[in-house]
Ligand binder design. Structure first.
Ligand SMILES: [Zn+2]
Ligand SMILES: [Zn+2]
Ligand SMILES: [Zn+2]
Ligand SMILES: [Zn+2]
Length: 271
Protein backbone atom coordinates (compact mmCIF):
# COMPACT_ATOMS: atom_id res chain seq x y z
CA UNK A 1 0.00 0.00 0.00
CA UNK A 2 2.75 2.45 1.06
CA UNK A 3 4.79 1.45 -1.97
CA UNK A 4 1.88 2.06 -4.30
CA UNK A 5 1.37 5.52 -2.88
CA UNK A 6 5.00 6.48 -3.39
CA UNK A 7 4.87 5.12 -6.94
CA UNK A 8 1.86 7.30 -7.62
CA UNK A 9 3.67 10.28 -6.19
CA UNK A 10 6.68 9.64 -8.41
CA UNK A 11 4.37 9.44 -11.41
CA UNK A 12 2.82 12.71 -10.37
CA UNK A 13 6.21 14.42 -10.03
CA UNK A 14 7.29 13.21 -13.44
CA UNK A 15 4.02 14.40 -14.94
CA UNK A 16 4.34 17.85 -13.42
CA UNK A 17 7.87 18.26 -14.78
CA UNK A 18 7.33 16.88 -18.27
CA UNK A 19 3.86 18.19 -18.95
CA UNK A 20 3.81 21.26 -16.69
CA UNK A 21 0.51 20.29 -15.07
CA UNK A 22 0.63 23.04 -12.46
CA UNK A 23 -2.10 25.71 -12.54
CA UNK A 24 -1.63 28.78 -14.80
CA UNK A 25 -0.22 32.05 -13.44
CA UNK A 26 -3.23 34.35 -13.02
CA UNK A 27 -1.23 37.47 -13.92
CA UNK A 28 -0.09 35.87 -17.16
CA UNK A 29 -3.69 35.03 -18.18
CA UNK A 30 -4.83 38.52 -17.10
CA UNK A 31 -2.42 40.15 -19.58
CA UNK A 32 -4.96 39.39 -22.32
CA UNK A 33 -8.19 38.63 -20.41
CA UNK A 34 -10.50 40.47 -18.05
CA UNK A 35 -10.80 39.56 -14.39
CA UNK A 36 -14.50 38.58 -14.85
CA UNK A 37 -13.67 36.08 -17.57
CA UNK A 38 -11.52 33.97 -15.24
CA UNK A 39 -13.43 34.55 -11.97
CA UNK A 40 -15.13 31.12 -12.09
CA UNK A 41 -11.99 29.17 -12.94
CA UNK A 42 -9.72 30.03 -10.04
CA UNK A 43 -8.20 26.98 -8.29
CA UNK A 44 -9.39 26.78 -4.68
CA UNK A 45 -5.98 25.57 -3.55
CA UNK A 46 -3.38 27.75 -5.28
CA UNK A 47 -5.64 30.70 -6.28
CA UNK A 48 -4.28 30.64 -9.86
CA UNK A 49 -6.22 29.67 -13.01
CA UNK A 50 -6.99 25.93 -12.81
CA UNK A 51 -5.10 23.63 -15.17
CA UNK A 52 -7.20 20.51 -15.95
CA UNK A 53 -10.06 21.87 -13.81
CA UNK A 54 -11.83 19.42 -11.47
CA UNK A 55 -15.09 20.25 -9.75
CA UNK A 56 -15.73 19.35 -6.10
CA UNK A 57 -19.19 17.75 -5.87
CA UNK A 58 -19.50 16.73 -2.18
CA UNK A 59 -23.07 16.94 -0.82
CA UNK A 60 -21.63 18.77 2.23
CA UNK A 61 -21.11 21.95 0.12
CA UNK A 62 -24.44 22.01 -1.71
CA UNK A 63 -25.23 25.40 -0.19
CA UNK A 64 -22.10 27.13 -1.48
CA UNK A 65 -23.24 29.25 -4.41
CA UNK A 66 -20.06 29.30 -6.49
CA UNK A 67 -18.21 26.76 -8.60
CA UNK A 68 -15.76 24.73 -6.52
CA UNK A 69 -12.89 24.37 -9.00
CA UNK A 70 -9.38 22.99 -8.38
CA UNK A 71 -6.54 22.19 -10.76
CA UNK A 72 -6.02 18.41 -11.12
CA UNK A 73 -2.41 18.57 -9.99
CA UNK A 74 -3.22 20.74 -6.95
CA UNK A 75 -6.03 18.33 -5.97
CA UNK A 76 -3.82 15.25 -6.33
CA UNK A 77 -1.12 16.86 -4.22
CA UNK A 78 -3.67 17.91 -1.60
CA UNK A 79 -5.20 14.40 -1.40
CA UNK A 80 -1.74 12.84 -1.17
CA UNK A 81 -0.87 15.01 1.80
CA UNK A 82 -4.38 14.87 3.35
CA UNK A 83 -5.94 11.51 2.57
CA UNK A 84 -9.66 11.31 3.39
CA UNK A 85 -10.12 15.06 3.40
CA UNK A 86 -11.53 17.70 1.05
CA UNK A 87 -10.00 21.03 -0.08
CA UNK A 88 -13.20 22.94 0.76
CA UNK A 89 -13.47 21.85 4.40
CA UNK A 90 -12.24 18.80 6.33
CA UNK A 91 -14.49 15.76 5.88
CA UNK A 92 -14.20 12.21 4.51
CA UNK A 93 -15.10 10.87 1.05
CA UNK A 94 -14.43 13.95 -1.04
CA UNK A 95 -16.29 13.74 -4.36
CA UNK A 96 -14.90 15.33 -7.50
CA UNK A 97 -15.10 15.04 -11.27
CA UNK A 98 -13.50 16.54 -14.34
CA UNK A 99 -15.19 19.72 -15.57
CA UNK A 100 -14.92 19.43 -19.35
CA UNK A 101 -16.69 22.72 -20.07
CA UNK A 102 -14.29 24.65 -17.84
CA UNK A 103 -11.32 22.82 -19.38
CA UNK A 104 -12.39 23.79 -22.88
CA UNK A 105 -13.04 27.37 -21.81
CA UNK A 106 -9.60 27.76 -20.19
CA UNK A 107 -7.88 26.07 -23.14
CA UNK A 108 -9.42 28.62 -25.48
CA UNK A 109 -8.36 31.72 -23.53
CA UNK A 110 -5.96 33.97 -25.44
CA UNK A 111 -2.52 34.40 -23.90
CA UNK A 112 0.89 35.83 -24.77
CA UNK A 113 4.09 33.75 -24.81
CA UNK A 114 4.89 32.72 -21.20
CA UNK A 115 8.62 33.30 -21.80
CA UNK A 116 7.84 36.82 -23.04
CA UNK A 117 5.68 37.33 -19.94
CA UNK A 118 8.50 36.16 -17.68
CA UNK A 119 10.97 38.43 -19.49
CA UNK A 120 8.66 41.42 -19.08
CA UNK A 121 8.29 40.67 -15.37
CA UNK A 122 12.07 40.53 -14.95
CA UNK A 123 12.52 43.78 -16.90
CA UNK A 124 9.86 45.43 -14.77
CA UNK A 125 11.57 44.25 -11.61
CA UNK A 126 14.95 45.50 -12.82
CA UNK A 127 13.60 48.89 -13.90
CA UNK A 128 11.85 49.45 -10.55
CA UNK A 129 14.99 48.39 -8.69
CA UNK A 130 17.21 50.71 -10.74
CA UNK A 131 14.60 53.49 -10.93
CA UNK A 132 14.62 53.42 -14.73
CA UNK A 133 11.66 54.35 -16.79
CA UNK A 134 9.43 51.53 -18.03
CA UNK A 135 9.74 50.55 -21.68
CA UNK A 136 11.48 48.17 -24.02
CA UNK A 137 15.18 47.80 -23.38
CA UNK A 138 17.06 48.09 -26.69
CA UNK A 139 18.75 44.89 -27.89
CA UNK A 140 16.33 42.60 -26.08
CA UNK A 141 14.48 40.09 -28.27
CA UNK A 142 10.73 39.90 -27.85
CA UNK A 143 8.40 37.03 -28.73
CA UNK A 144 5.15 38.28 -30.27
CA UNK A 145 3.19 35.05 -29.90
CA UNK A 146 -0.45 35.47 -29.03
CA UNK A 147 -2.69 32.43 -29.13
CA UNK A 148 -4.86 30.02 -27.19
CA UNK A 149 -3.65 28.27 -24.04
CA UNK A 150 -3.85 24.88 -25.80
CA UNK A 151 -1.31 26.02 -28.41
CA UNK A 152 1.26 27.35 -25.94
CA UNK A 153 3.23 24.10 -25.49
CA UNK A 154 3.62 23.69 -29.24
CA UNK A 155 4.77 27.30 -29.53
CA UNK A 156 7.33 26.90 -26.72
CA UNK A 157 8.74 23.75 -28.27
CA UNK A 158 8.77 24.69 -31.94
CA UNK A 159 8.49 28.37 -32.73
CA UNK A 160 9.43 30.51 -29.71
CA UNK A 161 12.38 32.81 -30.43
CA UNK A 162 13.05 33.04 -26.68
CA UNK A 163 13.85 29.32 -26.43
CA UNK A 164 17.28 28.66 -24.93
CA UNK A 165 19.51 26.20 -26.77
CA UNK A 166 22.91 24.69 -26.02
CA UNK A 167 25.93 25.05 -28.29
CA UNK A 168 26.29 22.23 -30.86
CA UNK A 169 29.81 21.64 -29.51
CA UNK A 170 28.61 20.88 -25.98
CA UNK A 171 29.97 17.32 -26.09
CA UNK A 172 33.41 18.79 -26.95
CA UNK A 173 33.31 21.11 -23.92
CA UNK A 174 31.60 24.35 -24.99
CA UNK A 175 29.04 25.20 -22.30
CA UNK A 176 27.54 28.20 -24.09
CA UNK A 177 23.75 28.55 -23.86
CA UNK A 178 21.80 31.21 -25.72
CA UNK A 179 18.51 32.12 -27.38
CA UNK A 180 17.67 29.93 -30.38
CA UNK A 181 18.02 32.76 -32.89
CA UNK A 182 21.51 33.68 -31.59
CA UNK A 183 23.12 30.24 -31.92
CA UNK A 184 24.25 30.85 -35.53
CA UNK A 185 26.12 33.96 -34.41
CA UNK A 186 27.81 32.03 -31.64
CA UNK A 187 28.82 29.23 -34.03
CA UNK A 188 30.30 31.53 -36.66
CA UNK A 189 32.09 33.87 -34.26
CA UNK A 190 33.64 31.04 -32.22
CA UNK A 191 34.91 28.77 -35.00
CA UNK A 192 38.50 28.83 -33.71
CA UNK A 193 37.40 27.96 -30.17
CA UNK A 194 35.23 25.08 -31.42
CA UNK A 195 37.98 23.86 -33.78
CA UNK A 196 40.47 23.85 -30.88
CA UNK A 197 38.00 21.94 -28.69
CA UNK A 198 37.50 19.32 -31.41
CA UNK A 199 41.27 18.95 -31.91
CA UNK A 200 41.78 18.65 -28.15
CA UNK A 201 39.24 15.89 -27.87
CA UNK A 202 40.67 14.20 -30.99
CA UNK A 203 44.15 14.25 -29.39
CA UNK A 204 42.75 12.80 -26.18
CA UNK A 205 41.05 10.08 -28.21
CA UNK A 206 44.29 9.23 -30.00
CA UNK A 207 46.12 9.12 -26.67
CA UNK A 208 43.48 6.67 -25.42
CA UNK A 209 43.86 4.53 -28.55
CA UNK A 210 47.64 4.50 -28.08
CA UNK A 211 47.24 3.40 -24.49
CA UNK A 212 44.81 0.64 -25.47
CA UNK A 213 47.20 -0.55 -28.18
CA UNK A 214 50.06 -0.73 -25.65
CA UNK A 215 47.81 -2.63 -23.28
CA UNK A 216 46.86 -5.08 -26.06
CA UNK A 217 50.52 -5.63 -27.01
CA UNK A 218 51.40 -6.32 -23.38
CA UNK A 219 48.56 -8.79 -23.07
CA UNK A 220 49.57 -10.49 -26.33
CA UNK A 221 53.14 -10.86 -25.06
CA UNK A 222 51.93 -12.30 -21.77
CA UNK A 223 49.74 -14.68 -23.70
CA UNK A 224 52.69 -15.87 -25.84
CA UNK A 225 54.88 -16.51 -22.77
CA UNK A 226 52.03 -18.35 -21.16
CA UNK A 227 51.56 -20.47 -24.28
CA UNK A 228 55.32 -21.25 -24.45
CA UNK A 229 55.34 -22.15 -20.78
CA UNK A 230 52.40 -24.45 -21.19
CA UNK A 231 54.09 -26.09 -24.22
CA UNK A 232 57.24 -26.66 -22.12
CA UNK A 233 55.11 -28.09 -19.33
CA UNK A 234 53.47 -30.42 -21.84
CA UNK A 235 56.86 -31.62 -23.08
CA UNK A 236 58.12 -32.17 -19.52
CA UNK A 237 55.06 -34.19 -18.57
CA UNK A 238 55.43 -36.23 -21.77
CA UNK A 239 59.08 -36.91 -20.92
CA UNK A 240 58.08 -37.83 -17.38
CA UNK A 241 55.55 -40.33 -18.74
CA UNK A 242 58.19 -41.81 -21.02
CA UNK A 243 60.61 -42.05 -18.12
CA UNK A 244 57.96 -43.81 -16.01
CA UNK A 245 57.38 -46.26 -18.81
CA UNK A 246 61.14 -46.93 -19.16
CA UNK A 247 61.42 -47.47 -15.43
CA UNK A 248 58.50 -49.92 -15.48
CA UNK A 249 60.02 -51.75 -18.47
CA UNK A 250 63.36 -51.81 -16.72
CA UNK A 251 61.85 -53.37 -13.56
CA UNK A 252 60.10 -55.98 -15.73
CA UNK A 253 63.38 -56.72 -17.50
CA UNK A 254 65.31 -57.03 -14.23
CA UNK A 255 62.71 -59.37 -12.75
CA UNK A 256 62.71 -61.45 -15.94
CA UNK A 257 66.50 -61.63 -15.76
CA UNK A 258 66.29 -62.64 -12.08
CA UNK A 259 63.83 -65.42 -12.92
CA UNK A 260 66.08 -66.63 -15.70
CA UNK A 261 69.15 -66.68 -13.42
CA UNK A 262 67.15 -68.51 -10.76
CA UNK A 263 65.97 -71.02 -13.35
CA UNK A 264 69.54 -71.56 -14.60
CA UNK A 265 70.80 -71.90 -11.06
CA UNK A 266 68.20 -74.50 -10.10
CA UNK A 267 68.77 -76.37 -13.35
CA UNK A 268 72.54 -76.52 -12.70
CA UNK A 269 72.14 -77.67 -9.11
CA UNK A 270 69.82 -80.54 -10.26
CA UNK A 271 72.56 -81.71 -12.58
ZN1 LIG B 1 -4.08 25.07 -8.38
ZN1 LIG C 1 -15.94 18.34 0.21
ZN1 LIG D 1 7.54 32.65 -27.34
ZN1 LIG E 1 30.01 26.95 -28.46
Amino acid sequence: MEEEKSKDKAKLDLKSITEQQICFDKNWILQSNKQESIRNFICLICKQVANNPMEINCTQHENIDEPLIVGENCLNQFLNQNPNSCPVEPHENCLYSQNRMAKRYINELDVICPRQFQQEQQQLQMSTQQGHEEGETPGIVTCNFKGEVKHVNDHLEHSCCLQMVRCWFKSFGCNHKCLKFAIDDHLTSNMKLHFDLVIKSFDALQQDIRQYKEEINKLNLENETFKMKSKKDEKISHLKQQLDQYQKDNIKLISAQACYILFLFSFHSKI
